[in-house]
Design a protein around this ligand. Structure first.
Ligand SMILES: [Zn+2]
Length: 263
């Protein structure tokens, strides 16, 4: 769930959660071309939105990780209960180090929970655990948007790696101006990746809400808190999309501006 937290903080690192998308966001930050007016007008405001979203998820987590859930259930117990209810009895639930490092790993089909979520009995613990199990169920059910996202990941990795080089060649070598537009097209894959991530994340949270209610893991008070945490987390994905769109628009403006100057 928190796969993009590092990203929205302006870092270039994605935890590998749910995919190895470390490079998918490589061209997003200051690693762009240079600080220009579009960077200030588009990218910096988007990054501020992303930082606010990140602060909100942290504060929601802080609050609800201190409120015990009504059944005194740990995140691991809640995850096990939902998985078993779906016949996914063989999917292991592991402890992974760090805070908010919870993720489902489709490569080995494991649910990985941070220590606080795994053994914590808070409202946040059952919510986050249920969200990660939501990804496990998507995977098991071959949920279509999830398949689209998986298909887009290698394209985004390739596109984001090579796009900046092509754009720079295109901008500075007149004979190869067209290459800049090839780079722009490849760069758009970063925003496409963030876009196809949205339905997957929202759906995992919707599943989480449904399962904790149906299985009696949470009462209505717990469920309200879980919704606050998961909604705050969802906003970080919206913010990541805004950031990548702002960054994309800036690149388009730079490349089209440079074309006009030449003519
Ligand atoms: Zn997620």
């Amino acid at each position: 769930m928190y796969e993009t937290l590092a990203l929205v903080a302006g870092g270039m690192y994605q935890s590998g959660a749910y995919s190895d998308t470390n490079n998918a966001i490589g061209g997003l930050g200051l690693g762009g071309l240079y600080i220009d007016k579009w960077y200030i007008l588009l990218v910096i405001p988007a990054m501020i939105i992303a930082l606010i979203a990140q602060a909100r998820v942290k504060s929601a987590y802080k609050k609800y990780s201190q409120i015990p859930n009504s059944r005194g259930m740990t995140g691991a117990q809640a995850a096990r209960m939902i998985l078993d209810d779906h016949g996914l009895t063989t999917i292991p639930i592991n402890i992974t180090q760090g805070t908010l490092s919870d993720h489902f790993d489709p490569r080995n089909n494991t649910v990985n929970l941070s220590p606080e979520v795994y053994s914590g009995t808070s409202v946040a613990s059952i919510g986050i655990a249920a969200h990660e199990v939501g990804h496990a169920i998507q995977h098991a059910e071959h949920y279509f948007p999830n398949k689209v996202r998986s298909a887009v990941i290698p394209i985004t990795n390739f596109g984001s790696n090579i796009s900046m080089i092509l754009i720079l060649i295109g901008l500075f070598v007149t004979a190869f101006n067209w290459l800049a537009w090839v780079g722009v097209a490849l760069y758009s894959t970063v925003a496409i990746f963030q876009l196809v991530t949205l339905p997957v994340e929202f759906n995992a949270s919707n599943r989480a809400m449904k399962h904790i209610r149906n299985l009696g893991i949470a009462n209505e008070t717990d469920a309200k808190g879980v919704k606050k945490v998961l909604s705050a987390a969802a906003m970080t994905y919206v913010a990541a999309l805004i950031t990548s769109l702002a960054s994309f628009l800036r690149i388009v403006l730079i490349v089209s501006g440079s074309g006009r100057r030449r003519r």
